[in-house]
Design a protein. Structure first.
Length: 223
């Protein structure tokens, strides 16, 4: 479960690397930092970018997945991640998902005019992953994926679920992620991240006929 931002747990850090500067392109922008006794994570993004990424992460495979997220979601993403890896990877992976979700939420603003929902099936060799997203303000994750190995590269595979759960809570999104088929754990995780990126790209896109309307028959979105 993603942890809340209790002010008593926040500390000031002066040695946190700033994310690399994003190109000066107009779009829906956000900058978010989380500085705690456990992790220091900073994220800058542009939802209307072209997929340029600059990621610094001590967990190499997680960094690779964040880069894949930016590239395949056509989101310009600059992110630095530091954490208490001497304890384990849990805080670092979870807080990376939390900060990324908060950044997307900030960039979306009041969510007027967006499609709100997105869906993608992404193939990768023998693997097929599926993701569906609804950015309605009601956070929920359904994650249907199993991995044979404890790690892929240096990433603990059981923490893939924790990353997406933290993202869903921070954004306020209903996310369904599942593997239709697959054998190789590297392919499974990468296909999940790429399906997630493409589904999110569709959900945050501006509807050409929606104008400034909220995408809800209730006239409001939760959260």
């Amino acid at each position: 479960m993603a942890r809340g931002g209790n002010p008593e747990m926040m500390v000031t850090r002066t040695d946190l690397d700033a994310p690399a500067a994003l190109p000066t392109v107009a779009g829906r922008l956000a900058q978010v930092e989380r500085l705690s006794r456990e992790t220091q994570v900073a994220c800058s993004l542009n939802l209307d970018g072209v997929g340029q990424t600059s990621v610094q992460c001590p967990i190499g495979f997680l960094g690779h997945m964040l880069e894949a997220f930016g590239r395949h979601g056509h989101i310009d993403l600059a992110m630095t991640v530091h954490g208490d890896l001497h304890v384990d990877q849990h805080h670092t992976v979870e807080d990376a998902g939390m900060v990324l979700g908060q950044a997307v939420r900030t960039a979306l603003g009041d969510r007027r005019g967006i499609w709100r929902t997105g869906w993608c099936r992404f193939p990768m060799d023998e693997t097929l992953a599926e993701c569906a997203i609804d950015i309605a303000g009601r956070p929920h994750l359904v994650f249907s994926a199993e991995f044979a190995a404890d790690r892929v590269g240096d990433l603990q595979t059981d923490l893939v679920h924790e990353f997406f759960q933290a993202f869903a809570i921070a954004l306020g999104a209903n996310i369904h992620l599942s593997l239709v088929c697959g054998r190789n754990d590297h392919h499974k995780i990468e296909a999940l991240f790429k399906a997630f990126a493409r589904a999110l790209e569709l959900a945050v896109a501006m509807h050409p006929r929606a104008g400034h309307e909220l995408p809800s028959t209730k006239g409001m979105l939760d959260g």
